[in-house]
Ligand binder design. Sequence first.
Ligand SMILES: Cc1ncc(COP(=O)(O)O)c(C=O)c1O
Ligand SMILES: N[C@@H](CCOP(=O)(O)O)C(=O)O
Length: 471
Amino acid sequence: MLHVSTRGEAPALGFSDALLAGLARDGGLYVPQTWPTLQPAAIQAFSGKSYSDVAKAVLGPLVDGDIPAADLGRMIDEAYATFRHAATCPLAQLGDNLFVLELFHGPTLAFKDVAMQLLGRLMDHVLKARGARATIVGATSGDTGSAAVEAFKGLEQVDVFILYPHGRVSDVQRRQMTTVASPNVHALAVEGTFDDCQSMVKGMFNHARFRDELQLSGVNSINWARVAAQAVYYFTAAVSLGSPHRPVSFSVPTGNFGDILAGWVAKRMGLPIERLMIGTNANDILARTLSSGSYEIKGVRPTASPSMDIQISSNFERLLFEAYGRDAGAIRRLMANLAQSKAFLVDAEPLARIRREFSAEAVDETNVAAEMAETFRSTGYVLDPHTAVGTRAARALLRERPEVPVVALSTAHPAKFPDAVERATGIRPALPPHMADLMERQESFTVLPNDQSAVERFIRDRGRAVRGAAA
Ligand SMILES: Cc1ncc(COP(=O)(O)O)c(C=O)c1O
Ligand SMILES: N[C@@H](CCOP(=O)(O)O)C(=O)O
């Protein structure tokens, strides 16, 4: 199976090449040329299976033999053996037809581990098979970075550079990135926002000489393999609630749109998902876009859910590509408008298509705190502030269709955001034992200006120094 770019001007690539490429050479994002589908009987057969076995069945047709099935299966088993829960991603019930899908039982306590534990193994496997090396650059608002550092630390084939917004991630998130004493891992505190970090990463991919010289690779959800791996938990959750015979809706705390796009992919592959609810925090660009059709960047506001303090939702481009009937020219036009005037207008027909499958709800800071407090008071369950956006938005779906179960994705463990959780609930959640000494560990990071050439210079010098030392 080949993968095509949403902008239509980059070479079509197989799964392994798309995995290493990250961003397409025309600035677009890779998607499979066609969507494989799973028949209802195959989906029903997931009932009672382990998370790893469902992952093999869902990812098999997406990888399509590009990595031998036995190797893929072994890497899937190893990736999910790192999770601390027997079900990998268990469901908990908060109320009538309201469920939370706990995606935070991996090593760094956020949903990113689900894909990243596999991605690290896949990349290492492909690079070793080719006798190649890669320089991974990633932008993070806190969680992708920690998951990437954990998944790639100590690997011989890669140097990892993670850009995060200086002073805008939680202490736990920062320390997860800055206390890993591994020579191939570099935490870069950029004097800017997450959006600045993300556009610098995209800028590096679009700088052909730098990209080729350093053999750049990406671990953000611009990398198709990230989204593919995240589609799996929609299947496990829906099947445990009676799918494919019973439709289920999902509510997803959303920033870069990768997680909810994975739900759309699961639906495209045959999972009967009724609605996909985009939950945003006060950075509500996607909620505004769904209601008005106008995607308009207004500047980021810091919130209690910092990982979602994002304006440029990269993966929305993949949805637009589908909503425009895979018209890459239309996507190039929208993205050129975005680059030029920080806005674009979604045309009426594609907007209607998006609205047929997606709803959106913006949850402001008062309601995020109220959701954490009320949920704790009524159920004893402690939500992290990102998950609270998802459950609050889920309640809006339930008001419309109380008979359809809604699964809110729980994207982070509350201990990653102890200050916000304590303010809302009075409870200060403890870190799990494997991270108990996190606050005492020695930190190492470099502060860099919000300037692509300065960051490129650092990466070029440091990558070379590391490779020199290893030689
Ligand atoms: C804890 C948490 N929740 C939600 C999100 C939003 O997910 P996405 O960027 O895939 O929309 C993020 C960041 O990606 C996150 O770290
Ligand atoms: N919230 C994310 C932002 C990056 O998202 P990604 O899914 O595209 O990697 C983070 O925690 O870094």
